[in-house]
Design a protein around this ligand. Structure first.
Ligand code: C2E
Ligand code: MG
Ligand code: MG
Ligand code: MG
Length: 266
């Protein structure tokens, strides 16, 4: 009896596995088609000076206008894109749209997210600078958002790419700071200009927990010592905004100031 039950259970399990595999195969086929037809729609979220709400730049966030499933956020397909290697093509389509938008944008910067995979190609920096040249965009108004993972593999190549870009004015921001490996040595080995304080720390400020305050204070002190700017991510409440300003963090991004949208603010 136990054996029969086990078989039933494994049959259910097989069924689920099959559906999951089918779903991801279908999504991968869809993603290949989406690349051919460029079904990607950048959304932009404002980054503000939290003292007065002035918009200083925007982060470009990837959205996929799927013909049947509607507008998809990165969570729905980024992992698949990374595993299949398709993310690089997706990103280049994004960057082309963002750089075109940048060419029409007299002030402020646009930041783009960079998959760690890009740093395995030696011509990443040149390609991005070429894209700016082609569309007449000022590279000094473009910023990269990279995660700690990107700084792990093939460091010399990554360092070269980041240096080349920095020479042309493209600043690098470390995304989701505090969630990765916290190998703090990266902070001065790579030319990083901005540290984005992860949302998980910012949300902790709401409960007025002393540990959250201590953590944010420590991150700010670290950034300050290294001469690196900070941006708080995921600011959702007035309480968080005040707390961050009180701790000395002036720049922020989050639903309190604006949600990602197809249009730039201002
Ligand atoms: P990220 O770079 O850390 O982007 C911030 C994420 O937080 C965005 O999610 C944004 O919509 C969300 N967010 C902003 N403010 C708030 C807030 O106040 N509260 C909450 N709960 N969330 C907020 P999104 O757009 O779903 O993007 C998720 C991740 O996907 C990004 O995290 C980034 O790592 C990745 N990603 C986005 N665009 C691209 C892209 O063009 N290329 C690549 N390779 N990755 C991308
Ligand atoms: Mg980002
Ligand atoms: Mg982030
Ligand atoms: Mg994030």
């Amino acid at each position: 009896r136990a054996k029969a039950q086990g078989r039933d259970r494994s049959a259910v399990f097989d069924q689920v596995m099959r559906e999951t595999a089918l779903h991801s195969l279908e999504l991968e086929a869809d993603l290949r088609r989406a690349i051919i037809h460029d079904e990607f729609v950048p959304h932009y979220q404002p980054i503000v000076d939290m003292t007065d709400g002035r918009v200083i730049g925007h982060e470009a966030l990837l959205r996929w206008q799927h013909e049947r499933r509607g507008l998809l956020a990165p969570d729905a397909f980024i992992a698949l894109g990374e595993d299949s290697g398709l993310i690089e093509q997706v990103d280049w389509l994004m960057y082309a749209q963002v750089v075109r938008r940048l060419a029409q944008q007299p002030k402020g910067y646009l930041s783009v997210n960079v998959s760690p995979r890009h740093f395995s190609s030696a011509d990443f920096a040149e390609r991005l600078l070429d894209l700016c040249r082609t569309h007449g965009a000022d590279p000094a108004q473009l910023r990269l958002e990279i995660t700690e993972v990107a700084l792990l593999d093939d460091a010399p190549r990554t360092l070269r790419s980041l240096r080349t870009l920095r020479e042309h004015g493209v600043l690098a921001q470390l995304d989701d700071f505090g969630t990765g490996f916290s190998a703090l040595s990266y902070l001065h080995r790579f030319p990083l200009s901005v540290l984005k304080i992860d949302r998980s720390f910012v949300s902790g400020l709401d409960s007025d927990q002393p540990e959250s305050f201590a953590l944010v204070r420590a991150i700010l002190a670290l950034a300050n010592t290294l001469g690196i700017e900070t941006i708080a991510e995921g600011v959702e409440t007035e309480h968080q905004r005040r707390a961050l300003l009180g701790l000395g963090c002036r720049r922020g991004q989050g639903y309190l100031f604006g949600r990602p949208a197809p249009q730039l603010v201002n």
